[in-house]
Design a protein around this ligand. Sequence first.
Ligand code: 5AD
Ligand code: SF4
Length: 433
Amino acid sequence: MNIYDSQRMEDILLSLGHKKENDAESANLLIFNTCSIREKADDKLFSDLGRAKILKDKSTEEDFIIIVAGCIAQSRPQDLLARYPYVDMILGPQDVQNISDRINDLIDNRDLDTLVFTNLKASDKFKRFSRASPLLKRGISEFLTIQEGCDNFCTYCVVPYTRGREFSRSVKEIISEAKSLVANGVKEIILLGQNVNSYNGLDESSEKCRLSQLLWELSSINGLKRLRYTTSNPKDVDENIARAHRDVKILMPSLHLPVQSGSDNILKKMNRKYNREKYFEVIDMLRGYRSDMAFSSDFIVGFPGETNKDFEDTLNLVKKVKYAQAYSFKYSPRPHTPAAKMTTQIPEDTKEERLRILQKLLNQQQLDFNSSFVGKRVEVLLTKEGRHLGQLVGRSQYFQAVTVDNANNLRVGDIAKVFIKATISHSLIGEKI
Ligand code: 5AD
Ligand code: SF4
């Protein structure tokens, strides 16, 4: 979602005559669009800001501006102001659309203190975004935000406090943006939402439209070859979505379905509003409609109060589901969240040990999943040149990275039928059939 927001900020600034530099040394405006989901992301910003100060001190420009945007800006503005007085502006995720006006304010009035904008109310964000015409070349696969914010309040998660309440864009706005992406050469669109299955934007007759209907609408866009969406909360996946995976031809048979934990006890403490039984039901339902569905997931280990038995439950859930790919994290306390105040925090070394064990299992599952394709055919959407001459790389239907050898008469943007010869690490190697 930050990539999407950053691209839109670029569109706005470029359409007003700003120029994009490839390195920070040549710029006089630095924008950090930040993520606050886990502790590691915070640490990264703090070291980057140290380097930004050095550039600002060295610069001879009258208006050298440093902006911190995004979720850290939203959740800890006072902290940023106190620790980094050389930051000129703090811009939350619902204010980034006004970036150009805000920069002008700064330039017009150089004596201003740091400007802070952390309005969380439903905003005119997407209307402003869509007014700026895209100037940078689009990739083959691009994101399109359809829903933002979250009302779920999982107890570990900072998102409801940084992106605000759920907001869905209208069908018309989404279709029009999708068409313009396709007209610019995009072949695959990945729909984004914090809680994408709860999409309920208005259609042309002001009726609420569900995600499954939206997928049908988008699938009729000429030239669009693939559709994906992320991220889904298992509690909101309904039968219409499962059916869409069978019937909407350009909807890919892979789904990111974060479970977070395999223990009912922990799922309850996380306020995830489903249990492991329900998760298995959702997986079975999807596989019932589309037997080759590939699943990926997110996991948190060491959530407050997680016992060895809870962790074992996670391991055996993984063994039952068999994932194609997964992300796993040590729990980290986040500002404003209830879990951060729980008194049963897990020691760091226990979290590390559990993470190591879980990642070993997930890694093996990914390797097994990939190896099962050797000797088979997959369809690959080619997204860019490979490292060696005659190679192109892309993604299979199941979102595996695939390198295609001897791809001389293929082009980026094609969907190639590929015979898989081998796997290397986490990607597949194949040849055009
Ligand atoms: N600690 C660790 N991981 C977290 N995630 C979200 N909040 C936290 C946290 N406080 C993970 C979840 C989520 C992914 C985007 O980040 O697994 O699905
Ligand atoms: Fe965070 Fe839960 Fe909302 Fe996902 S569903 S964004 S984990 S609060």
